[in-house]
Ligand binder design. Structure first.
Ligand SMILES: [Zn+2]
Length: 530
């Protein structure tokens, strides 16, 4: 796969290194016609004033606006287009806002404090999750009494099915915001707890995943935090570094399965696809790596599901509930690619994230499903250099820098891409800059590139999506989800029921008539089932 991507990109480079200007764009009529069409669409836009039966939040971890634009160019070029003109799936949502991402104690935030904001609706401190800013980092005894509740938890209480899907470990900061309360985001398993935390009864995130609330679908990485210390991993039985790590000897997967009849645990793609299409499966946990899942370009696609496949599997299971569902989907490794200053990894992950959004958009109706797409924070990632239209996003600026050397369009403000030695930086050419493992240069040396502090975008479609407007605090994301779904504290939302179109997700494999029939049967069965 990686080889194929390299070849594809090389082909793009050869084809596009001289730039590509679509000839019709030289005619003013092209732009006038296109804008008139866009104006027509805008004039016809009608807010959907009902409640949302279903709510899906897509979170691109670290997906700042510059990352969105670069992803658009990459995805457009992968489809054979010049790039920047070709809309992403998220671009096609009708409503947009900016989200202010700062933590209570940091101007530039992390993924833990921000998860508290967009999932629970309350801003918290850096490195803490699911607790208000009255709780202090790493001080276990400041947890109790300062817990704040996620919209997912409230949706479950209101009778909806709920799910968490991520490409990171499911105990990672972003998904943990949906179910956990912790003053330290790194307390993945009990082996990570400080002695102070253990003494004061703070629980690790993996344990909270199983015991804080009933989550119907859990998909991502993170096997090793669930199994007793020394338990061999099913995929890497000979690698002791991938063994279970729990000191308390608890088998959390087994304990989770014992709680629900119809609960199934899977750890590879084949078993996932099977379980998702089995209507006897009411609860589904899929953990596909010992820790984070692999970057998509490094995956073995026969063993590891893509984010798009996990999203579809989650929708299959969750949409069986006639009262609707709440789903959190994270493209979690966009952030990791950036931290490592490997833009190829970040942007290919972001393309996969957009593919998952396209799939959810296709499988649900905007008449009853609110979809929000946002990021928790940005990165110090930029692209510039007056590159020619249609040239590779990973390519070079057409002119030399003041040191007579080439430079890449993409640069990081700081990070491991710092290469200045003895006052000079290395030159770069097209073949090095197109390498998937190439680190773009940075101005300041750091082992890990940092987050950026500017606003991120929120894209919205579906019931109440029109309320996503203007410049908002990041907490607004959670409040809009709660209001549209009529869950606490908005149970008196006074919104009419949605015009029920997608009673069941329009399953891709079945013809529309069958999907409709299934939907009608679910409606008939509803009073007896729930
Ligand atoms: Zn990060």
């Amino acid at each position: 796969m990686q080889g194929a991507c390299v070849l594809l990109l090389l082909g793009l480079w050869l084809q596009l290194s001289l730039g590509l200007i679509p000839v019709e764009e030289e005619d003013p009529a092209f732009w006038n016609r296109q804008a008139a069409q866009a104006l027509d669409v805008a004039k016809k836009l009608q807010p959907i004033q009902t409640a949302a039966k279903n709510v899906i939040l897509f979170l691109g971890d670290g997906m700042g606006v510059s990352t969105v634009t670069a992803t658009r160019i990459l995805k457009g070029q992968m489809a054979g287009k010049p790039g920047p003109e070709t809309p992403l799936a998220m671009d096609q949502f009708p409503y947009l806002a900016l989200s202010k991402t700062y933590n209570v104690d940091r101007q530039v935030p992390d993924s833990a404090g921000t998860a508290t904001a967009y999932l629970c609706g309350v801003k918290g401190n850096y490195r803490t999750i699911g607790v208000s800013a009255a709780a202090r980092y790493n001080q276990c005894n400041t947890t109790r009494g300062n817990e704040v509740t996620s919209v997912m938890n409230r949706a479950k209480k209101a009778g909806k099915s709920v799910g968490v899907v991520t490409t990171t470990r499911v105990q990672h900061a972003s998904p943990a915001g949906a179910y956990a309360h912790t003053v330290n985001r790194n307390w993945y398993s009990d082996a990570d707890l400080s002695s102070d935390a253990q003494r004061n009864g703070c629980q690790d995130i993996a344990k909270q995943l199983v015991y804080n609330m009933d989550i119907d679908v859990i998909l991502g990485g993170g096997r090793k935090y669930m199994f007793p210390e020394g338990t061999p991993d099913p995929e890497y039985p000979n690698d002791v570094n991938q063994n279970g790590v729990r000191k308390d000897k608890q088998n959390l997967v087994q304990e989770w399965q014992a709680k629900h009849q119809g609960a199934q645990y899977v750890w590879n793609r084949t078993a996932l696809l099977q379980a998702a299409s089995d209507s006897n499966v009411t609860h589904l946990m899929g953990l596909f790596e010992p820790a984070d899942m692999k970057y998509n370009v490094q995956q073995d696609h026969t063993k590891d599901p893509t984010l798009e496949e996990m999203t579809e599997a989650a929708l299959q299971v969750l949409s069986r509930n006639p009262q609707g569902f709440y789903l959190f989907v994270e493209g979690g490794r966009i952030d990791h690619g950036h931290h490592d200053s490997k833009a190829y990894m970040a942007l290919t992950e972001a393309v996969m994230f957009d593919n998952a959004i396209a799939k959810a958009n296709e499988l649900t109706s905007e008449l009853d499903t609110l979809i929000l797409v946002t990021a928790d924070h940005s990165h110090v990632f930029s692209f510039g250099g007056y590159t020619l239209r249609g040239t590779s996003i990973f390519g070079l600026a057409p002119s030399k820098a003041s040191d007579s050397k080439s430079y890449t369009s993409i640069l990081y403000g700081n990070g491991p891409g710092y290469t200045l030695r003895g006052g000079s930086r290395p030159d770069v050419n097209d073949s090095t800059s197109e390498d998937p493992s190439y680190r773009q240069q940075a101005a300041v040396p750091l082992a890990s590139e940092t987050h950026g502090g500017e606003d991120v975008a929120v894209f919205a479609r579906g019931p109440q999506a029109h309320l996503m407007h203007g410049v908002q605090e990041e907490t607004f994301v959670a409040h809009l989800m709660a209001f549209a779904g009529c869950v606490e504290p908005y149970t008196d939302c006074n919104l009419p029921d949605p015009a029920g179109v997608s009673d069941a997700v329009h399953l891709a494999a079945s013809p529309p008539s069958l999907a409709l029939l299934a939907g009608a049967m679910l409606l008939l069965l509803a009073p007896t089932l729930y």
